[in-house]
Design a protein around this ligand. Structure first.
Ligand code: DX5
Ligand code: ZN
Length: 215
């Protein structure tokens, strides 16, 4: 079974309670929340008050993807919202090791996200500290973009690095995921698929999640 983390960015924000009920009843393993600051990425999404209310209703663990500069400033704020996992961008942290330590000290699982142009090999010296690596298969900032195919080879290379060292680090891939791209990503070694548009624009979102989970 593949783990699925639907991205709330593509949900109907006027009916968030209904969308979260759908997630609760679905085969999703977690809920992916995209936080943007308009600086690290050219878009702004939602922040802590929204995440806190989502957390109060959502029965699945929250997978928070921070697309902001210097995310280490907000470790306690993310924890206080009820997040299980905090993902920070490699490109946004000057002192990545310190940020990862503080996420773990705050009682959350720690993930590092890499943009499409950041080599997976740059994670060699931090990999054993990570619960998850999130490989971006689009340039972050928007839902509904075209899948960047190079992500498949990047997933394969990261899988090899993890397996060679017998680590338990999970590989999550985010951007342009559907049944076709999801299939090749799982074959390349992805553990978790993030999906925004594919889930929330489906006529039956629960069936879309179940189909990804069956890959
Ligand atoms: C993009 C976000 C993604 C996005 C995925 O910046 O990190 O999580 O919501 O959306 P789709 O699946 O539509 O590409
Ligand atoms: Zn994301």
């Amino acid at each position: 079974m593949t783990q699925v983390s639907p991205s709330l960015l593509s949900a109907d924000f006027c009916h968030l309670a209904r969308e979260i009920e759908m997630i609760n009843e679905s085969a999703a393993s977690m809920l992916h929340l995209d936080v943007m600051d308009g600086v690290f990425v050219p878009n702004i999404s939602f922040g802590f008050p929204v995440i806190k209310d989502v957390s109060n209703r959502c029965k699945k663990p929250l997978d928070v993807h921070m697309m902001i500069v210097d995310p280490g400033r907000y470790v306690n704020a993310v924890r206080d919202c009820g997040a299980t996992l905090m993902n920070v961008h490699y490109e946004a942290c000057t002192h990545l090791d310190r940020v990862i330590q503080s996420i773990r000290q705050a009682g959350m699982r720690a993930g590092v996200t890499i943009n499409p142009a950041t080599p997976v090999e740059l994670l060699t010296d931090i990999l054993d500290q990570l619960d998850m690596v999130l490989i971006m298969s689009v340039n972050p900032g928007f839902a509904g973009q075209k899948f960047i195919r190079r992500a498949v080879d990047r997933t394969r290379r990261l899988r090899q690095m993890i397996d060679e060292r017998n680590l338990k680090t999970l590989i999550e891939v985010d951007g342009g995921v559907n049944l076709d791209t999801g299939r090749v990503l799982v074959d390349a070694g992805a553990d978790i698929l993030v999906a925004g548009n594919f889930v929330f624009s489906a006529t039956d979102p629960k069936a879309a999640i179940a189909a990804l989970a069956a890959l």
